[in-house]
Structures are given as C-alpha cells and as structure tokens.
Ligand binder design. Structure first.
Ligand code: UD1
Ligand code: UDP
Length: 353
C-alpha cells in the first residue's frame, strides 16, 4: 500500500512527523505501507524547513517541488501542476493532506481530480472569515477530500453541520501527538540558557497577513509588546521580518530567528504567557498550561477559550494589557485526543484501502 504525504509549510512538517513516526513505531502493523513524502517547497529557509526534517527525524522528501514563494494563484498553480506529475507517476492508494495552507489545497485538487483517495488531517476547522487564505483552503479541502480526520469534537460538529458527517472521523490532533512525544526530549536536548538569558518573559509569534500586511495593526501589537511588564521573546517569521523595519518598538521586544520545534517547546514551557496569531501555538500554549493572548479577531480553536486560557484581542492595545494580567484560570479540557491520532489515522487508511 502506498501513501503520499503532501507537505510544504512549517506546521505541516510537525504534523506529518507524527504520521511518519507512527509508521516507524508500529512497523509490524504497517510493514506493507510505503510513505512517499512530497515537499512542495512552500517553505524553504533552513530554519523553516530542513531543520525540522532533521530534528523531528522526518524521512527526507522523495520529491521537492521547489515551488517557493509567490502570489496565491501563482504558488498554488505551480504546486498543482507539479503534484499532479508526481501523483501520475506514483499512483498511490491514498494521498494525505495536512492543515490549511496552499500546499494543502493544491494537494487536494491534484489528487481528487486524478480520482485518488484523499484524506485531510486537521479537517473541520473554521474561522468563518473568508478573507483568510487558510479558510478558503479548508473549505475546498474538506469539500473535495474523501475522508476528513477531525482533531476535536468541535471540528466533528462543524463537519456534521456542513453535511460531511459520513466521511468524517474523530482521531484527535496529530499536533498533540507531536507535542507529547517531544516535550521531554526538548528539555533533555536543549538548555534554556543557550536560547536566552531571560528568566521571565512572554513568548510571542506573528505571521498572519491580517497583521503583517496592515502597518497600523502591526504597530499596535508592537506598541503593546513594548509596554508589557516582562520582555517579549519573538522568534520572527520571515514574512514579518520583511516588514519589521517599518515598525517602532522598544528593547522590551527580543527578536530571534525562527527556532526549531524542540527549542520552541522549551521556550514555551518556561514562559509566563503566550501572545500569538499562530494556530499551532495557541494549542501548544493550551497543552502546556500557559495562557494565550490571540492577536486575531477570531480563532478556530474555540476549546482553548474556555476558563480564560485564551483571549481574542486582535490588535487592541488596551485589551492586550488587560488580558495579560488575568490570573483567573479554570480547568483545561481533554479535547485533543490521546496522543495516538496518527496511529488511528493510518489504521483507518489501511482498513479502507
Ligand atoms: C503559510 C501558510 C499559513 C501558515 C504559515 C505557517 C498559506 C496561504 N499560508 O503562511 O497558513 O500559518 O505558512 O508558517 O499557505 N518566506 C521566506 N522563507 C521561507 C518561507 C517564506 O522568506 O522559507 C517569506 C517569503 O517572503 C514569502 C513569505 O515569507 O513570500 C510568506 O510565505 P508563505 O508561505 O506564502 O506564507 P506564510 O505567511 O509563511
Ligand atoms: N514554531 C517553531 N519555531 C518557531 C515558531 C513556531 O517550531 O520559531 C512551531 C510552533 O511551535 C508550532 C508551529 O511551528 O508547532 C506553528 O507554526 P506556524 O505558527 O508557522 O503556523 P500555524 O500553526 O499558524 O499555521
């Protein structure tokens, strides 16, 4: 049995690592399964791509389509043409697509048009904001894929409501698998002092176009960071790096290059709180028991909003300042599965070859 995994952006490396690891760990159950990894080349800087393959022991891609950056149509179109070629050659039993990037939707289109069975990991997420490119990617991918793997019961409910119940399965979240597997390793392999001399800090990331492509919003966010009571460590996404020279901020903001996943977990474990517009980091804050301030106007991960673990604040400076001092937390729920989501996903694909 042959499975093609299509990946291309940082969070997809972390998601697919869980699948590749499950294949290896349970090799007795999966010995007849061959995974072919297709990297679209959407992310290509060493610290956005190759480092993750090495650190997370993801097998080297069988194909790198080297699509690189570009406008949405241009980038997605190039991927579509190149993925199609690979799929024609490989003729797999299943194609797996992950999350909600342009690599996801290109994979979904290429595969379903060739009538190859297509499975979407992390299906059923919605922001209900169609200005987000990811929302379009999710809607299309969920509509045309053959099987939808939902990371949470909320995602399952959304899929049922949209009429996709019959092709949807709750597996839990492969990002939770990755987090559980790597959290101890992070502490063993890295020392916080090597990353920062700070003992107390907030951890932040920003990369959403709604923030980076709107100077007013981005300035508001950095103004808030500059005023916070603790320094803000900000591993900077290349999209944000391109615009940062136009923004004023104080030396309360400590900028780092993008860090590896294990280093990120270490920074997360030792921070006071998280400020982010990242989908993945909102969840990881929740997994770690760190409160999150979400620098967006909505979130797909609504579970994290319960009991003050996550606040939606957009770019509102007063709200950021108010919510960062909240200390009133309740219980955290068990929403993201049991750490074996990738295994369940693979078992399903094998039984439905
Ligand atoms: C993409 C995904 C987003 C995801 C994010 C994860 C889409 C539409 N967006 O956003 O859902 O949250 O990845 O990080 O698919 N760049 C580099 N080096 C790289 C990669 C990018 O310099 O290795 C720069 C380029 O200038 C590029 C810009 O970052 O134009 C944006 O990259 P792109 O992949 O288009 O979108 P992301 O913002 O990374
Ligand atoms: N991440 C990382 N290094 C960084 C920033 C983020 O390893 O410098 C990890 C983060 O812990 C999470 C994932 O990348 O697992 C999130 O990716 P990103 O924020 O780029 O995308 P999103 O989740 O918003 O799609």
């Amino acid at each position: 049995m042959k499975i093609v995994s299509i990946i291309g952006a940082r969070p997809q490396f972390i998601k697919s690592a869980a699948v590749s690891r499950a294949l290896k760990k349970y090799k007795n159950n999966f010995e007849h399964v061959k995974e072919i990894i297709v990297h679209t080349g959407q992310h290509y800087d060493k610290n956005m791509s190759a480092d993750f393959f090495e650190e997370l022991q993801i097998p080297q891609p069988d194909y790198n389509l080297e699509v690189g950056s570009g406008r949405h149509g241009e980038q997605t179109g190039l991927m579509l043409a190149r993925i199609e070629e690979v799929l024609l050659k490989e003729n797999p039993d299943w194609v797996i697509i992950y999350g909600d990037t342009n690599s996801t939707v290109a994979g979904a289109l290429a595969s379903t048009k060739l009538h190859i069975k297509t499975a979407h990991i992390e299906a059923g997420l919605r922001s209900y904001n169609r200005k987000m490119p990811e929302e379009i990617n999710r809607l299309v991918s969920d509509l045309i894929s053959d099987v939808l793997f939902a990371p949470t019961q909320n995602a399952m409910d959304i899929l049922r409501k949209e009429g996709f119940g019959e092709k949807s399965i709750f597996t839990g979240d492969v990002m939770y698998d990755s987090f559980l597997f790597n959290k101890e390793l992070a502490q063993k392999r890295y020392k916080l002092e090597k990353l920062t001399s700070l003992k107390k800090y907030y951890l932040a990331t920003i990369h959403r176009p709604e923030n980076t492509d709107n100077l007013n919003r981005l300035q508001n966010i950095f103004t808030a960071f500059s005023k916070l009571d603790l320094p803000v460590i900000l591993p900077l996404h290349p999209r944000t790096k391109k615009i940062i020279t136009k923004i004023n901020f104080s030396d309360n903001v400590v900028i780092l290059d993008p860090v590896g996943y294990l280093e990120m977990i270490l920074l997360l474990k030792n921070c006071k709180k998280v400020l982010t517009d990242s989908g993945g980091l909102q969840k990881e804050a929740y997994f770690t028991g760190k409160a999150c301030i979400t620098l967006r106007d909505e979130t797909e991960w609504i579970e994290t909003l319960e009991n003050n673990w996550n606040f939606i604040v957009g770019d509102n400076i007063d709200l950021i300042m108010e919510k960062i001092s909240c200390a009133d937390f309740g219980k955290r729920g068990d929403y993201f599965g049991d750490g074996n989501s990738a295994y369940k996903t693979l078992k399903f694909l094998i039984s439905n070859k």
